[in-house]
Design a binder for this molecule. Structure first.
Ligand code: MG
Length: 428
C-alpha cells in the first residue's frame, strides 16, 4: 500500500485523507515510535478533526501525546526534538488548495521521516499489527508551549542590529503565528495576509511569483529592503527584493550558501540545482531530489547548510527541518553584514538558462535511450538520482518520473544556444 508521496501523506478530504485513515496512522506511529509523540496542525478546516483522530490512535497504543496545537511545520519539528518526543506529526497539506489535507512525520532529532521509516508505517497500516493497551495504561494528551520555545530559540540564534524595513506575506497560513512577531522584533515589519484562515482567501498558498503580486506592490509602496512570502505551513519562503522583483529560488539558494562561506561550509543540494552554487567556493554535495535527502546528507556529512530550489532551506545549527522564517532571518543577517541591498546580492549570483524537456511513453525505454545519448557527451557521470552529466560549461540530468510514464530532461548551460544544442542531442 503506497500512502506516502514526496512530502508525507497528502490528498483530498475526506475521499483519501479521512478520520478513519488518521486513526490508523495514529495507531501505527504510536506502535513504531513508542513513548511520547508530539502533534500539531495547520488551520485547514479539516485539521482539528484529523488531529483528534490521529491522537485517538496514539492514545490507544499507550503513547503520551504532546499537543503543540496550531503551529507552522518547523515549530512542530523543533518541538519534537526540544520536548524529547520519540516522533512528531504535523497535520497539513502545505501549499495545496484548502480541500486537501495530509500529515508529515518527524524523527526524534527533528528531521523528516525517511522513505524507509514511512514504508514501515505503511506496512503497519496494511497489516493492522499495531499495539493496543488496556484502560489502565491509557496516557494523557497535554498541551505544550511549542510556539514560545521555538520563538525563543530562533531569536537567540541571531544578533541582528535591526533597522531594516521588511514586508511579510503569510498568505493566511500558519506562519501568521510566528513570522510577523519575530520579524517585528528584528526589523521594521509590515505584514499582509496575517490572519490565519484555512480557506486561503487572499492568494494561493504556494509562494510562486504569480501569487505574490500584492507583496511586490507592498514592498514598493512601503520602500522596504526585502519582502518575504511563506507557504501554507511555513516551511518554505520566497523573497521579493528591494526593487519589487521576485528572487529566483536557485539564486536565493546560492545567496544563502554564500553567506556560509568562511565557516568551512559544506552545502547539500539536490542534483537538479543550478550550477551557480558550484561557483561560490564551498564543498557541494549533490543528493537525490527531495528535501528529506538534503536533510539526511546534512546529518551524515555534518553540513552547514542545504536546500532545494523550491524554497526549502535547512540550517542544521538550529534544526534539520526546512524553515522559511529561519531562512528569512538569514537573509536579513546577510543584508546587514554585507551592507548590500537585496538586489545587489542577487546581481552577484550568475543566472544561467535552464531548459526542461519531457518525453512521455514507456519510461524505462525512454530513460535508457535518453541516458545513452547523454553519456555520449562525455563529462563526469553521476547516478545519484537518474543520470547526471557534468560538462565544463553545462550539466544534463535525465530522470524518470516517480509516478507517471514520463522522463524529464534538464539542461543548464552558460548560454541559451549551448543549452539548446545539448537538449537537441539528447532528444535526438
Ligand atoms: Mg510547505
Amino acid at each position: 500500500m503506497k500512502l506516502f508521496g514526496t512530502s508525507g501523506i497528502r490528498g483530498l478530504y475526506p475521499d483519501f485523507v479521512s478520520a478513519e485513515l488518521f486513526t490508523k496512522i495514529g495507531l501505527s506511529l504510536g506502535t513504531q515510535a513508542e513513548g511520547v509523540v508530539c502533534v500539531g496542525r495547520d488551520f485547514r478546516t479539516s485539521s482539528k478533526q484529523l488531529q483528534s483522530a490521529l491522537v485517538s490512535g496514539f492514545l490507544s497504543t499507550g503513547a503520551e501525546v504532546l499537543d503543540a496545537g496550531a503551529c507552522p511545520t518547523p515549530v512542530l519539528a523543533y518541538a519534537t526534538k526540544k520536548f524529547k518526543a520519540s516522533a512528531g506529526a504535523i497535520i497539513t497539506a502545505s501549499h495545496n488548495p484548502p480541500e486537501f489535507n495530509g500529515v508529515k512525520l518527524w524523527q526524534s532529532d527533528g528531521s523528516a521521516y525517511s522513505p524507509e521509516m514511512e514504508k514501515e508505517i505503511e506496512n503497519l497500516i496494511e497489516s493492522g499489527k499495531v499495539k493496543r493497551v488496556g484502560w489502565e495504561d491509557i496516557q494523557n494528551s497535554r498541551p505544550i508551549e511549542a510556539l514560545e520555545r521555538y520563538m525563543e530559540g530562533i531569536t537567540a540564534a541571531f544578533s541582528l542590529e535591526g533597522g531594516l524595513k521588511t514586508v511579510s506575506d503569510c498568505g493566511n497560513g500558519s506562519a501568521t503565528l510566528t513570522a510577523p512577531e519575530i520579524l517585528s522584533r528584528v526589523s521594521n515589519n509590515v505584514s499582509i495576509f496575517d490572519k490565519p484562515d484555512g480557506m486561503f482567501p487572499n492568494r494561493l498558498s504556494e509562494p510562486s511569483e504569480k501569487n505574490l503580486s500584492e507583496l511586490k506592490k507592498k514592498v514598493i509602496t512601503s520602500k522596504a529592503d526585502v519582502g518575504f512570502a511563506f507557504d501554507g505551513d511555513g516551511d518554505r519562503v520566497a523573497v521579493i527584493d528591494n526593487q519589487g522583483d521576485f528572487v529566483k529560488q536557485d539564486t536565493l539558494l546560492a545567496i544563502l550558501a554564500k553567506s556560509e562561506i568562511g565557516k568551512n561550509a559544506t552545502i547539500a543540494v539536490p542534483v537538479d540545482t543550478s550550477m551557480a552554487i558550484d561557483e561560490i567556493g564551498a564543498k557541494v554535495i549533490r543528493t537525490k531530489v527531495g528535501d528529506v535527502y538534503v536533510s539526511e546528507a546534512l546529518k551524515k556529512e555534518k553540513g552547514t547548510f542545504g536546500g532545494e530550489a523550491s524554497g526549502c532551506y535547512i540550517f542544521p545549527e538550529v534544526h534539520l527541518c526546512p524553515d522559511g522564517l529561519l531562512a528569512a532571518m538569514k537573509i536579513l543577517e546577510t543584508i546587514e553584514i554585507s551592507g548590500k541591498s537585496m538586489s545587489e546580492l542577487v546581481a552577484e549570483i550568475p543566472s544561467y538558462p535552464i531548459l526542461r524537456g519531457v518525453v512521455e511513453g514507456d519510461r524505462e525505454k525512454s530513460f535508457k535511450k535518453l541516458s545513452e545519448n547523454a553519456k555520449k557527451l562525455g563529462g563526469e557521470l553521476s547516478e545519484t538520482d537518474g543520470i547526471r552529466i557534468q560538462l565544463e560549461d553545462a550539466w544534463i540530468l535525465v530522470r524518470k518520473s516517480g509516478t507517471e510514464e514520463k522522463v524529464r530532461i534538464t539542461v543548464e548551460a552558460h548560454s541559451e544556444a549551448r543549452a539548446r544544442q545539448l537538449m537537441g542531442s539528447i532528444m535526438n
